[in-house]
Write a protein that binds this ligand. Structure first.
Ligand SMILES: *Cc1c(COP(=O)(O)O)cnc(C)c1O
Length: 444
């Protein structure tokens, strides 16, 4: 889709969802499992940059990026060209049977741009959950231990092991157990809800005490943490928290794993959110969502000695590192390398944060504004309290959808609105979307 064929603006020409979307949705409900949800049942025909065009001709400003996936922008020209070229050359051999080079190039780029000045290697998979599962496999094989620590409010996926690692039973886990054993939830640093003034070191002490007393440090293979929690509501731990956990891990032979599936790949204005914490160099990093402009591919990248701990044949999968998806990833990674996306994420923060903070000053149901780069959220409370106010966030999300702005919710209490715009969004589109949000707030 070329730039000229999608007018880069918000436009609502029917009720939402429009008549064609309603018809398609009725059909879908007959044919598709009810377990597969739909946050906004408008059927998208095509997209470019930050604009989604539905089958009724409505145009939405996308502040969700398919949950942080099309970070580089919808139908990014470089990604489209790379996919078109690769799909006509080679679509599959299975890398573990007869290899091909785009796989190796993705690994080389990820080894280079992940934090940590040590020898690294990578392995490629299809989904975020698969990357997390494999990071845990590497850590268990390397340490010879079985237990893993994860955090309150975490989200890691929908497979059996990753369901066990999630915090929130509804909707992710409820009724789907029993779950994989050996997973322990540990208190997170949640500055908005922790006791006032609690430092990162103090929050880490609370978490470490739990790991030492309840699990036993010598039993732990890995600590797995999102440096900024995604589904949990963009909770960024207090400074010092991540580094203190890493120090504890390294003193006890535990592998430190950062799940950067949502926060990685230029989303926060750095290659990885881990870069923001001084001295934090996770042993392994899981990567997916933003890495390939919408094509399904994921990775585990980390210390070479851990990544080499498996016997040959222990790691893999039929489609992992598919050549077409890998070509798309190379395009995205080369665009970040060439410059622009990181700076763009910071420019987005420079618009989003002050405008949201101004709204917070005016409307006391906004309890917190937080996040980094193009990964910013607002948490809603009942006025003057910390009580979650999901009625307010629900109403506001609905208002945005009706007016052509796609926003997503998040949070353990479903009272968070998160902003994950494609970096291709223009200042004018972002300000227009924020005008819609502000008008909705005034109406509440
Ligand atoms: C989305 C997400 C996952 C799961 O990724 P899938 O591709 O949906 O399997 C894992 N971890 C985090 C932090 C995520 O945001």
């Amino acid at each position: 889709m070329s730039e000229t064929s999608v007018a880069q603006e918000r436009k609502i020409v029917t009720s939402i969802p429009g008549p064609k979307s309603q018809e398609l949705h009725a059909h879908r409900l007959k044919e598709v499992s009810a377990g597969v949800g739909a946050a906004l049942p408008v059927y998208i025909d095509h997209a470019h940059g930050a604009i989604l065009v539905d089958v009724d001709g409505n145009q939405f400003i996308d502040l969700g990026s398919g949950i942080g996936v099309v970070t580089i922008g919808h139908t990014n020209d470089g990604v489209v060209a790379a996919v078109q070229e690769q799909v006509a050359k080679l679509t599959h051999t299975l890398f573990t049977v007869t290899p091909y080079t785009p796989y190796v190039e993705v690994c080389e780029l990820l080894n280079k741009y992940t934090p940590g000045n040590f020898a690294k290697k990578s392995a490629l998979f299809n989904s975020g959950a698969e990357a997390v599962e494999n990071a845990v496999k590497f850590a268990r094989k390397y340490t010879g231990r079985g237990e893993i620590a994860v955090f309150d409010h975490a989200y890691h996926g929908r497979t059996n092991l990753t369901m066990a690692m999630n915090f929130k039973a509804m909707p992710y886990n409820s009724g789907f157990g029993p779950f994989a054993p050996g997973v322990h939830h540990v208190p997170m640093s949640y500055p908005f809800r922790d006791p006032a003034g609690m430092t990162g070191a103090e929050a880490a002490r609370r978490a470490i005490t739990y790991m030492e007393k309840r699990v036993g440090a010598a039993n732990l293979a890995a600590i797995v943490i999102e440096p900024i929690q995604g589904e949990g509501g963009f909770i960024a731990p207090a400074p010092g928290f991540l580094k203190a956990l890493q120090d504890f891990a390294h003193a006890n032979g535990i592998v430190m794993i950062a799940d950067e599936v949502q926060s990685g790949i230029a989303r926060t204005g750095q290659w990885f959110a881990s870069h923001y914490e001084d001295g934090f160099e996770p042993d392994l990093i899981t990567i997916a969502k933003g890495v390939a402009g919408g094509m399904p591919i994921s990775a585990v990248t980390g210390r070479a000695e851990i990544m080499d701990s498996s016997h040959p044949g222990g790691i893999g999968g039929t489609y992992g590192g598919n050549p077409v998806a890998a070509a798309a990833a190379v395009s995205v990674l080369r665009q970040i390398e060439a410059g622009g996306p990181l700076e763009r994420a910071m420019a987005i923060e420079a618009i989003l944060l002050p405008r949201l903070e101004a709204m917070q000053a005016k409307y006391d149901i906004i309890g917190d504004v937080r996040g980094r780069g193009a990964m910013i959220a607002i948490e809603f409370v009942e006025s003057g309290t910390l009580n979650p106010n999901s009625a307010a966030s629900d109403a506001l999300i609905k208002h945005c959808h009706q007016n052509g702005v796609l926003v997503l919710n998040a949070g353990t209490y479903a009272n968070v609105i998160r902003f994950l715009p494609p970096l291709a969004i223009t200042d004018a589109q972002l300000n227009d979307a924020l005008d819609v949000l502000e008008a909705g707030l005034a109406k509440l």
